[in-house]
Design a protein. Structure first.
Length: 167
């Protein structure tokens, strides 16, 4: 189908593509504590990630972001979920969530924040971005070959986040 027939006109709902990566080492997950100067999630813990750039697919973007923010390369990543986030009336975020396993905990510091290996059993003791308490239980149990989960986030008139998982 030619580009002109793709239906990507300005009168359509659009998404900004992003990746979010969670790397595990045994019973710990690598999270990044946002730098105090960050506009979004300052001093809060999140997975590794960022935007998918033009010319990248989601897996390539996840590998690039992981290498840029942690120094980790050659990590076997697999898609464990997708989330559509309704952020504006005409646009949102398309979030591709990946998981990987590593045998070494050695990472390279990032200007994005402080990298920390967090025990899954203690995750509730950390200031997490608002969706992680709902995402991490699903990501923790998913295995390669499992069907990825699907979810939709939206905000009500009081700007409270709602999360609907498709089961």
């Amino acid at each position: 189908m030619p580009v002109k027939d793709q239906g990507a006109g300005l009168n359509r709902y659009r998404i900004i593509p992003r990746v979010l990566i969670f790397v595990f080492n045994r019973e710990e997950v690598l999270l990044i504590k946002g730098a105090p100067s960050k506009r979004l999630w300052a001093n809060q813990y999140n997975g590794i990630g960022g935007h998918i750039e033009r010319g990248e697919d989601a897996l390539s973007a996840a590998r690039r972001e992981l290498a840029e923010e942690t120094g980790l390369k050659s990590v076997n990543l697999w898609l464990c979920g997708t989330v559509i986030i309704d952020a504006e009336p005409d646009s949102g975020i398309g979030l591709y969530i990946f998981r990987g396993e590593v045998s070494s905990r050695q990472v390279i510091p990032s200007h994005e924040g402080t990298l920390e290996w967090i025990p899954i059993s203690n995750i509730g003791n950390f200031l997490l971005v608002e969706d992680l308490p709902f995402l991490l239980p699903r990501i923790t149990i998913i295995k390669p070959g499992d069907v990825p989960f699907s979810a939709r986030y939206y905000y009500d008139k009081q700007d409270h986040l709602h999360i609907d998982f498709t089961d």
